[in-house]
Ligand binder design. Structure first.
Ligand SMILES: Cc1cc2nc3c(=O)[nH]c(=O)nc-3n(C[C@H](O)[C@H](O)[C@H](O)COP(=O)(O)OP(=O)(O)OC[C@H]3O[C@@H](n4cnc5c(N)ncnc54)[C@H](O)[C@@H]3O)c2cc1C
Length: 409
């Protein structure tokens, strides 16, 4: 049996990992790098830095199982992730209970209601909130002021103009996952050497088993031929697509549910000094052309990079906003008082299909693993609802491989 996998992101690599002992697997990847959203830049010997900031969470059971199987679990280290909020020119730390109590932009009543929402998020069944807008839910639970001064800027920075359409299912699952914290902050995992270690190890493993990974080879034409398929004119018994339903349709795939996707534009900067007051994750309130400033070296703070690494995170719909790189850089320099000579380097990573927008009713758009004779797994699959993640990619890759083995083999 020969199988063609479209896309070498984590879902595609994991699907190949579970299939390549039994089948001949070929992966097509349009980019020079593999890993998709989890791809990295080189940063000196044995150190890579993700193009898009990444960490994992303590509940990522299947990801940890995979790390164990491929022999890199010992590279996983747990760290504290501190958070803050940038409001009107100042960074307010919001990690410890004392810092939260001191935060001046919410009243005590707002804070108590927010605290109750966080506690409630741990037991609520997020899926039951799929048809309720996040805005309606948050106002009902925490009041108008807490919504406009706290939640709305966060939703805007993550979903832009579609922030009003996002479901409470997404909001509450996000609150739940980000509230796994002690008094010193959130407990987050990171692989020594970066998540590139995971991508490299999967590639080694797959190559050793005869799997072929074709870089810079986009799937451009998909065609049904009797019982099988042709991808770019080459025949195969089964196709697993890990790309967005719209991208699949554009190359000849079936019409699938119109899942709204958004793009991510993420700037990574190597700096001479620290700029976020020692905080890992600073959300931005206001009109900056990025929604968060992520002090990576305040998370991985052991000096391994020999400089400070900061990400500026932004999302967009449609095409990349005009002059984004220039505007991000200029705004960051002004707001954080960073001189040109303090910036060693910067790079902007763009990904048009960086994740679905979890609008109300999204659950009904989730795609099954098999559809119209094709196999589908990716950010649009059930394990990535109501938020896409590495864990979701690992589960979806494994599940689609099982589906293929159960039907085609
Ligand atoms: C900014 C950002 C931050 C994130 N942070 C975290 C985090 O902290 N923790 C976490 O758990 N998750 C995080 N994620 C989510 C996680 O990275 C993704 O859920 C996961 O990597 C998705 O893997 P995938 O294989 O499904 O999709 P992708 O990684 O998108 O892979 C799809 C692949 O298909 C390729 N492709 C597209 N079209 C074609 C074509 N026609 N032919 C061939 N190849 C094609 C693409 O180039 C890509 O390599 C983050 C994502 C982003 C964007």
């Amino acid at each position: 049996m020969n199988i063609c996998i479209i896309g070498s992101g984590l879902t595609g690599l994991v699907a190949a990992y579970h299939l390549s002992n039994t089948a001949d697997v070929e992966i097509l990847e349009r980019s020079p790098d593999i890993g998709g959203c989890l791809a990295s830049y080189d940063h000196g010997p044995d150190t890579a830095i993700e193009k898009f900031y990444h960490h994992c969470f303590s509940g990522d059971k299947y990801l940890f199982q995979l790390l164990e199987e491929i022999g890199i679990r010992d590279r996983l280290a747990w760290r504290k992730g501190s958070t803050g909020y940038y409001v009107d020119g100042a960074i307010y730390p919001l990690t410890t209970p004392v810092e939260i109590l001191r935060y001046p932009h919410l009243s005590l009543v707002d804070k108590i209601r927010l605290g109750l929402l966080v506690l409630g998020s741990r037991t609520i069944d997020a899926e039951t909130l799929d048809d309720i807008p996040a805005r309606v839910f948050a106002i009902r639970r925490c009041g108008e002021h807490a919504y406009t001064s706290f939640f709305e800027p966060l939703l805007r920075s993550k979903f832009g103009d579609m922030h009003d359409q996002v479901s409470a299912a997404w909001l509450m699952s996000r609150v739940s996952i980000r509230s796994n914290r002690g008094v010193e902050g959130e407990r987050l995992g990171y692989l020594d050497g970066g998540f590139q270690v995971l991508i490299d190890r999967l590639e080694e493993d797959l190559t050793a088993r005869g799997c072929i990974i074709r870089r810079e080879t986009a799937a451009t034409a998909l065609r049904r031929t009797g019982e099988g398929w042709q991808v770019n004119g080459s025949p195969c018994d089964a196709v697993i697509s890990t790309i967005s339903p719209a991208a699949l349709q554009a190359i000849g795939g079936p019409e699938l549910a119109p899942i709204p996707y958004q793009g991510a534009a993420c700037m990574t900067l190597g700096l001479a000094r620290e700029v976020t007051d020692g905080i890992y994750w600073v959300n931005m309130k206001g009109d900056a052309p990025y929604g968060a400033v992520i002090g990576h070296t305040n998370f991985i703070a052991d000096g391994r990079y020999g400089e400070h690494i900061v990400y500026l995170a932004s999302y967009y719909r449609g095409s990349v906003p005009e002059r984004l790189e220039e505007r991000m850089l200029a705004d960051f320099r002004t707001r954080f008082g960073v001189g040109q000579d303090e910036i060693h380097w910067h790079r902007l990573a763009i990904e048009d299909a960086a994740g679905p927008v979890y609008t109300t009713g999204y659950r009904r758009l989730i795609q099954p693993y098999a559809r119209a004779g094709l196999y589908l797994a990716g950010m649009f699959s059930a394990p990535n609802y109501p938020e896409r993640s590495m864990e979701g990619a690992v589960i979806a890759g494994r599940a689609v491989a099982r589906e293929v083995l159960g039907t085609v083999a």
